[in-house]
Design a protein around this ligand. Structure first.
Ligand code: UD1
Length: 366
């Protein structure tokens, strides 16, 4: 009989991490993967488009939990997932990343004595005011398999007293997805649609609560964008949270007046890869984009004081520049004349991470 594995996804950054694992597992002779979508992200642009583009099958279970406060969202995932786990009785639950669905699923599984595998374990920003940092620490504390993307993760887990037998440096599944989709992304027509040329624009993403829910920080960041767009076009696919906060905090007019800032609804995976790969530079507060730009060799200016992905700064193309208006403008202006920092691709970010993960799981369960 095949061993049943529950693969959990919930929010946009989960889909490209789980896709290569789930796809490979469907071909396994001894594992029976079941895909569960919590519904933390539910808009077509935040969820369905990724399933389509990543050629992921329909989830075996969709929990439809939606938005809410951290407690409500996490609790709702837990209540619904417990029913699914009791029904399907998996041998292993796999969670990825650091979103609320990740920690919720890990807790439910651990309490049902089902082992948990955490993909992207060990990353630490050291900033416990970030909801994701709490999710990472808690998930790693109860996982039986810690699949680590970069060496800092090994050090962090060891410091937290995690048994070294549980820890596996395997590389980065998100980079598996990036590599697998680069060719398909290359034929995207998004640049023509937006009337921009290769290297003729910068790309922005912004959604961290510490940046967009805070009037002072959002105002400083928008002031920098105002200056930057006078020199180069800015393409800004906007996260629903950020759109809402710009309206709530009264910045809509300011944004509308920036003639060279192209505001878009959230866009699909392939178009986004295309935009990243051909940008002059990227300005972001995302976690994953720091890694994707390092792989692509595109300069990334991260609008944060810290990162849980230090390898992107140490050997990649990432720079932590904070939220100060002058800093953002100064760093952007350094890159605009074409002065870019050459980076390297971290060890094991080679497109074969899902294979390594599967080998370890099969060794244990088959
Ligand atoms: C979540 C993750 C974050 C990840 C981000 C990527 C947590 C704690 N945060 O943040 O780590 O980087 O996803 O996008 O899990 N909304 C919609 N449609 C959707 C989803 C959300 O309109 O499909 C709006 C809702 O107004 C919601 C808000 O966005 O209240 C925030 O969504 P939520 O899932 O709570 O957190 P994110 O900010 O997306």
């Amino acid at each position: 009989m095949k061993r049943r594995i529950l693969n959990i996804v919930g929010a946009r950054p989960n889909f490209m991490k789980m896709a290569p694992i789930h796809r490979l597992m469907l071909q396994s002779e001894c594992l029976e993967p079941k895909l569960v979508h919590t519904g933390q992200h539910y808009d077509k642009a935040m969820s369905k488009v990724f399933f389509d583009e990543l050629q992921m099958p329909e989830p075996d279970a969709y929990l439809g939990v939606g938005s809410g406060s951290h407690a409500v969202q996490t609790a709702q995932v837990m209540i619904e997932l417990e029913k699914v786990m009791l029904d399907l009785r998996p041998d292993l639950v796999i969670v990825v990343g650091d979103v609320n669905s990740t920690v919720a699923a890990a807790i439910v599984a651990a309490k049902l004595w089902i082992p948990v595998a955490h993909v992207e374990a060990g990353l630490r920003s050291g900033d416990r005011s970030m909801p994701e940092e709490i999710n990472r620490i808690l998930t790693d504390a109860i996982a039986e398999f810690e699949f680590v993307t970069e060496k800092s993760g090994l050090v962090n887990l060891e410091r937290e007293g995690i048994d070294s037998g549980k820890i596996h440096l395997v590389g980065n599944v998100m980079i598996d997805s990036l590599i697998a989709n680069l060719k398909r992304a290359e034929v995207s027509t998004i640049l023509e649609q937006l009337h921009v040329s290769k290297r003729g624009y910068s790309l922005v993403t912004l959604h961290r609560p510490s940046n967009v829910d805070n009037r002072q920080n959002l105002s400083k960041i928008l002031a920098a964008f105002k200056m930057i767009q006078e020199k180069t076009k800015i393409i800004f696919p906007i996260h629903p949270r950020t759109r809402r906060m710009i309206a709530e905090l009264g910045f809509e007019d300011e944004v509308r007046q920036m003639d060279n800032l192209i505001l878009l609804d959230p866009i699909g995976y392939l178009d986004f890869i295309h935009l990243m790969a051909h940008a002059q530079f990227v300005l972001t507060d995302s976690g994953g984009i720091q890694e994707e730009t390092t792989y692509l060799g595109i300069p990334c200016l991260t609008l944060r004081e810290n990162t849980e992905r230090p390898v992107t700064v140490e050997i990649g193309t990432n720079q932590l520049i904070g939220m100060d208006t002058e800093q953002i403008i100064d760093h952007s202006q350094e890159i605009l004349p074409g002065k870019i920092r050459q980076g390297r691709v971290p060890e094991l970010w080679d497109g074969h991470t899902a294979e390594r993960i599967l080998r370890i799981i099969e060794e244990k369960f088959c």
